[in-house]
Design a protein around this ligand. Structure first.
Ligand code: SF4
Ligand code: SF4
Length: 227
């Protein structure tokens, strides 16, 4: 169970230019259970954007947005609507937003924050991709999480130790900030590298008490107890 919430309306609108044509994507899995996904979230985002002077060219909601292969298939079916879009606005856990960014050449905007993971990291296997910080910055980093892709979790750019695009801490591993730089260049958002990132408010990270970590499925097992 991955817990997420929609970002404040002003923050969502702030990142979308007047008249921008946007395609909406919502996760119909964990995010829907948290009221941050599914058809209802699509409806709310559409209303927000249209009242704010943006154009919604279409939208889709699908379970397991954290599965990169499924996302690629589904977006492939929306190719016609995506051709009309300047960007994609995604509401999901951080893994789902990164899956959309990984399969699309369009700018990907972030409509939600991830506060806890509770269990497994979605169904995009291999690495940890979201550190559930509660204040998602994927909007400014090309849809690649700096807290997980860089072993130092740097928020403000590279440490300066990278050699030939490799991380100084783990030879053979790409420098995460090199990946962020390349993606921002590809989407025409290089100016994001100069953006100041305020320090994170760690109180927004609803971490799991150690006593509850005896099972990776704690969130499902204890959900009712916690209500
Ligand atoms: S910035 Fe990274 S850790 Fe924070 S919510 Fe987004 S993907 Fe998760
Ligand atoms: S080399 Fe890159 S990925 Fe490695 S710690 Fe430095 S900035 Fe982070």
């Amino acid at each position: 169970m991955l817990t997420s919430e929609l970002k404040p309306a002003e923050e969502i609108l702030e990142n979308l230019a007047q008249g921008e044509r946007v395609f909406l994507v919502a996760c119909a899995g964990c995010a829907e259970v948290c009221d941050a996904g599914g058809e209802e979230a699509l409806r709310r985002l559409r209303k927000l954007l249209e009242e704010g002077g943006r154009t919604v060219v279409g939208g889709t909601s699908l379970p397991f947005l954290c599965n990169r292969a499924l996302v690629s298939l589904r977006l492939g079916r929306c190719a016609q609507q995506l051709k009309e879009a300047d960007s994609i606005l995604v509401t999901s856990c951080g893994v789902g937003i990164q899956a959309v960014a990984a399969v699309s050449a369009l700018v990907v905007h972030t409509a939600s924050n991830t506060t806890t993971m509770g269990a497994f990291q979605g169904v995009w296997p291999s690495d940890e991709r979201c550190a559930r910080c509660g204040d998602c910055v994927l909007e400014y980093t090309g849809g690649i999480c700096p807290l997980t892709v860089c072993p130092k979790g740097l928020l403000h750019g590279p440490c300066g130790g990278s050699h030939g695009g490799e991380c100084e801490l783990e030879p053979g591993r790409s420098c995460g900030w090199q990946e962020i730089h390349d993606r921002l260049e590809q989407t025409g958002q290089r100016e994001m590298l100069h953006r100041y990132q305020p320090p994170k408010d760690r109180r927004r990270q609803l971490d799991v008490p150690l006593a509850r970590r005896r099972s990776v499925f704690w969130a499902l097992e204890y959900a009712e107890e916690d209500e």
